[in-house]
Design a protein. Structure first.
Length: 191
């Protein structure tokens, strides 16, 4: 190894979000999206279910400050009710002073890999397709799915973690709690 790599500071540490991270993560989301973020239509899909703990990740800098965070929530897609299980990826945020370092991509890739390992078959998000396309998200896959208004349908994107997971799925996106609640999200019996 050369002297430069030996003296380079370690990169941000990726860890599961812990209970003591809540205030710091919420402050980061407020900074990134504004304090009115919980009024967005995608937040209505999160009502009644906690995020999937194994898919809630934070990035910490060398001072142990949270500089990035991602969460994923269980939702249901299509008719007939209760619909197919899927994840709603987000919110995803990176502190403004650390953007353009690939940290958001690191959070997304790790979250998707963990979701696949847990057996989730499909992931939805609201975002810009030119950015999320590199992770495999496509508007075309999401076209048959209706998110709550006033979500711009052109920003609703989908990714199949298992090929064909969204084949034939059409209709509204629903809150997980609307499914009847027989199984905990992310358990062995689901997705």
């Amino acid at each position: 190894m050369n002297a430069t790599s030996d003296n380079a500071p370690p990169g941000p540490a990726l860890t599961p979000e812990a209970e003591h991270d809540l205030d710091e993560v919420e402050a980061l989301y407020d900074l990134a999206f504004g304090p009115g973020r919980t009024g967005l239509s995608s937040y209505r899909l999160r009502i009644g279910a906690p995020p999937i703990a194994a898919l809630c990740l934070v990035l910490r800098d060398e001072y142990q400050t949270v500089i990035g965070a991602v969460r994923s929530w269980p939702i249901r897609l299509g008719d007939p009710a209760p619909g197919a299980p899927a994840l709603l990826l987000g919110p995803i945020a990176v502190h403004p002073t650390r953007q353009s370092e690939g940290l958001g991509a690191q959070l997304i890739l790790e979250s998707l890999e963990r979701a696949r390992d847990l057996g989730w078959r499909a992931v939805m998000l609201v975002g810009d397709e030119p950015y999320y396309r590199r992770f495999g998200f496509r508007r075309a896959l999401a076209e048959p799915i209706a998110f709550p208004e006033p979500t711009n349908p052109k920003r609703v994107l989908a990714l199949e973690l298992r090929p064909g997971a969204l084949a034939g799925v059409a209709g509204p996106a629903r809150r997980w709690a609307e499914r009847g609640g027989e199984t905990e999200p992310g358990s062995e019996a689901e997705p």
